[in-house]
Each structure stands twice: as C-alpha cells, then as structure tokens.
Design a protein around this ligand. Sequence first.
Ligand SMILES: [Zn+2]
Ligand SMILES: [Zn+2]
Length: 342
Amino acid sequence: MKVLAYRGPGVLELEDRPQPHVRDGEVVVHVDACGICGTDLRIAAGGHRAYANALGRVPGHEISGTVLEVGGDLEVAAGDRVFVAPNYGCGHCRACRRRRVNLCPDMRALGITEDGAFAEYLLLGRDLVAQGNVLLVGGEADPGAVALAEPLACALRGSQACGTGAGDVVLVYGAGPVGLLHVALARLAGAGAVVVCEPNPQRRQRAYGFGATSVVEANVDALREALGPDGADVVVVAAPVASAQREALELAGSGGRVNFFAGLPRDFSAVELETNLVHYKELVVTGTTASTNESCREALDLIVAGRVCTAALIDLRSDLASAPAAFDAARSGEVMKVVVQP
Ligand SMILES: [Zn+2]
Ligand SMILES: [Zn+2]
C-alpha cells in the first residue's frame, strides 16, 4: 500500500509499505478520507515535538474509513463505515479514569505518536479499539465531511466550556477552518450575534456562510462597535495570537466566558494579561485542547444529521499520489480545508 511518510523537515514522501492485517482485538480500515490540519503542516515543517525522532511516521488524525478486517468478536464488522477518534490514553491515570483522555500524560494519538491515516489502509491497535475509538457512521454522509468530526469535536469542547447559549453575543477570533466551525456551533447553540475578527478578507467573507452576523478586520474599536455596549458574552480565540488573548479579556462583557482555543507558538506563550478584567467582570477564562471519544461522537452525530456542514469547509480533495501538492495548497492558506481521499 502507499503511505505518505515524514522524512524530516519539509519532506513528506510517498512510500510503499506492506498492507497491514489484523491480530486479535485489532481492526484494519480502508482510509476513505483524512483531513490536513494545522498540526499536520507543523509536522511536515519539522515543528512538532512528537516527530522530532520519528522519521518514517505517517501523519493524519482526521480519519474516516471503511472496515476491512476485524480481529475477533468486536463491535464493528467488515464493510462498516467508521470515524476513528485519534486520541487514546493509558487507561488508568486520573485523567483517563475521568474519561478525559486528551489530558492523559501518556496520551497516544494516531498520526501524532504513531502512524496515522495518510495511507491506503490503517491498522487500529487493540488498546485504541478497546477504548471505543472506532465510531460507526450512520447514513450516507460524505467521508470527507465525516473526517472533519475531529476538528468539530475540538471546537465543540471549546463551545461547551463557554456554555454558549440562546441570545449570546459571541466573538470569534480567526476564520480558519476551526474558527468557522466555532461560528457554526455558536449559531447552533442559539447565539444572537456572532462577530468574527479575521485579517484575511476572503476568509472573513466566508464566515457569513457559517452564520456570522458581522465580520471585522483586526481592529479593537471596530470590534467594540460590532459587539455593542455590553460587550461579548463569549469570546473564542481560535487564532494563535497573543494580542487576541489580551483583547478577549477587554471585549468580554460582565460575566463573559472566554476560551483560549488556539495554542500559541511554544516560545511565545508568556503573555501579560490584565487580570483585573477577570476579577471585576467575573470572567470565566477557559482553555480546551484536542478531543475525546465523547466529543467526537457528538460531533459526528451533528454532521450526519446535517446540523453542521463540515463539507462546506472542503475546498480541495486530493488522492494520495497528489498529497504532497495538497499539503502545499493547505500551506498557502488560499484553500480552507484540504482532504486526502486515498
Ligand atoms: Zn487536526
Ligand atoms: Zn491516562
């Protein structure tokens, strides 16, 4: 089978590997679609810690596929269409016992700590299968749209951390793929207004299609005006920008909830914040990272039910042979979301 392997900074190579087969407790899927995410671009560029000594590892963690082989009596059968939640934990630490595998200190993840889905076939190991990461897809959903249940699950956790609800005024920093998913989720939660701050004019315009009520170039006065006198009930910072984190505390109204969704570059994450804004406005400042099986299930159900249209993010679909070019397109920022369909 063909895979796309990491061979050092800037080098992704198509390679031939033996097709995997199951042993007891394992599952092999044919990969139908795998999304290229910002994390994959960082991996490809050589900037991901987990890939420091991982020459030959295959990235890809936004995965939908069809079951090909099943090792033993499991909950899936050959021919089932599935979404694979990429993160799984050690199973016994405090985070895992609380079903927060995304916080497990020994978290393992397809496409990050082990081979992922930029490949024709993917072997799902015993622990991952046993932890319930293989989720059945009902209906006829587009495999590309299904793969995006992973970023949607991440966004969902951010939205839930803020308790976004009916009538809320929501501000989203960043109109990349995940920012747009935040916009869609805010509308789905009943937000009255969703203001989007994004410097790129094409991306800014795109936000209207996902339910933004106004879009603003990065400018704090224009944002203040768009939000109105009471400020934002919810601010999601889905852009890796320190100044946006500072502004979020200013633009949140009294009782506002803030989510630092995007991480900052490793050496630039010490940010000075006006903490009296947290104190006097009784702000709730949250952070969320990655996804869990539960959030993936919820995201998948939203996609299959047609309540969030992740397919609308996909500007380019590529086969595996053209995947290196697809990575270049994703890196250019001119396309929103790129999906590889081996
Ligand atoms: Zn991702
Ligand atoms: Zn654990």
